[in-house]
Design a protein around this ligand. Structure first.
Ligand code: TXA
Ligand code: MG
Length: 353
């Protein structure tokens, strides 16, 4: 039996959250909100409970989890301070925590290998969400949690995205409404000689570079599924065939998407932005449906809506979902990272279609 608990995201009910904390303490599974996406949590120090997460998500055992903390003392407990000599852990954690950023560091002996997929490093995050914070505090233990989607599916930014998939498989689902950022945390690996960005997220690269000028940023292209057939795990994929347009200028892109749609005779959903260009596309009809991701000038709005919109479009079972791309600067870099991974086909500026 799964209990669904509605909890106010700003002023959480402590009595209710105590019930969830008891479940964590007893080795159960609790879906909880964070400021990025929902997490599927268990006591990070209980290997059996952690293994349940992998089973429910159908997640490969070698794909490690993030440990969520609610104070800096827990950080000291999880990190190997002997091996973590650089002052980066202190600098970044003090500047950006609590917040949507995850640090990969050398792990202490206390971290079970089940959490880290056998690695000698551990990913740690101090979320900025009152419900997550209070749940961890009341559980009196750090909570290991991946995003609460089934493996390969889009990350849940609303409890309603996962109730169908997880009902009956977890003990509690906490419903605190929509996640604020809507894309998962930025991940930086500081366990290596040169710190490296592992996943772009809500904290923009530009901002990180000010804090860590030496930050190494792997080529985003290596994140692209079609260009990396060897990439181990599928991500964020809707069931429907998804086509992403990558273009240097907005005008050119809209023109190309329009031409693409003109050639189509199947049922298409267009994920677009609410600028004036929306009027250049065909009207909504049996064949076409336009769904807005938000404004191109407010990328935080697009990030907030991204997975929700993809899930919504997918539930309408179109033949194709056609998505407008974004310039890869600021949050646009993180948004495109998710879209590259989700899309079945990427159409570039000069590609024929
Ligand atoms: O915003 C978020 O980060 C959300 C919320 C729930 O906190 N969590 C999340 O977890 O996105 P997950 O498991 O979906 O993504 C974590 C990523 C995975 O790609 C995993 O491979 C990577 O972090 N990761 C975890 N531990 C790692 C480690 N020690 N070294 C390298 N990568 C690691
Ligand atoms: Mg995930």
């Amino acid at each position: 039996m799964t209990k669904i608990m509605k909890i106010n995201p700003v002023n959480p009910n402590k009595k209710l959250l105590n019930l969830a904390a008891e479940v964590i303490k007893k080795g159960g599974l609790v879906v909880f909100p964070t400021e990025t996406v929902y997490g599927l949590g268990a006591d990070a120090f209980n290997p059996e409970a952690v293994l349940k997460i992998f089973k429910v998500k159908n997640r490969p055992a070698d794909n490690p989890l993030i440990i969520h903390i609610s104070n800096f003392k827990q950080f000291e407990e999880l990190i190997d301070l002997e091996k973590e000599k650089s002052n980066l852990a202190k600098l970044i954690s003090e500047k950006l925590w609590p917040g949507p950023i995850t640090l990969v560091v050398k792990k202490s002996g206390k971290v079970p290998s089940e959490v880290t997929g056998g690695l000698d490093t551990v990913a740690i995050r101090f979320p900025a969400h009152p419900v997550a914070n209070l749940l961890i505090e009341l559980s009196k233990t750090p909570i290991a949690a991946p995003s609460a989607n089934l493996s390969g599916k889009p990350s849940p930014t609303d409890a309603k995205h996962i109730i169908d998939d997880l009902k009956g498989f977890v003990d509690i689902i906490i419903d605190s409404g929509r996640s604020i950022f809507g894309i998962e945390s930025t991940i930086i690996d500081i366990s290596t000689a040169v710190p490296r960005l592992l996943r772009p997220g809500p904290i923009s690269l530009e901002r990180l570079k000010i804090l860590i000028p030496e930050l190494e940023v792997p080529d985003l292209k290596s994140f692209r599924r079609p260009l990396a057939p060897g990439m181990k795990y599928r991500h964020y994929s809707p069931e429907s065939y998804m086509v992403l347009f990558e273009c240097k200028t907005e005008d050119k892109m809209v023109e190309r998407v329009k031409n693409y749609l003109n050639k189509k005779n199947n049922k298409c959903i267009i994920l677009l932005t609410t600028e004036e260009t929306i009027n250049l596309y065909p009207e909504n009809s049996d064949k076409f449906k336009k769904i807005s991701l938000g404004s191109r000038r407010k990328l935080y709005e697009v990030a907030h809506n991204l997975f929700d919109t993809i899930i919504k479009a997918d539930s309408l079972k179109p033949d194709e979902i056609v998505v407008e791309g974004f310039r890869e600067i600021g949050l646009g870099f993180s948004i495109m990272n998710r879209l590259f991974k989700a899309a079945h086909r990427i159409i570039k500026e000069d590609d024929e279609f």
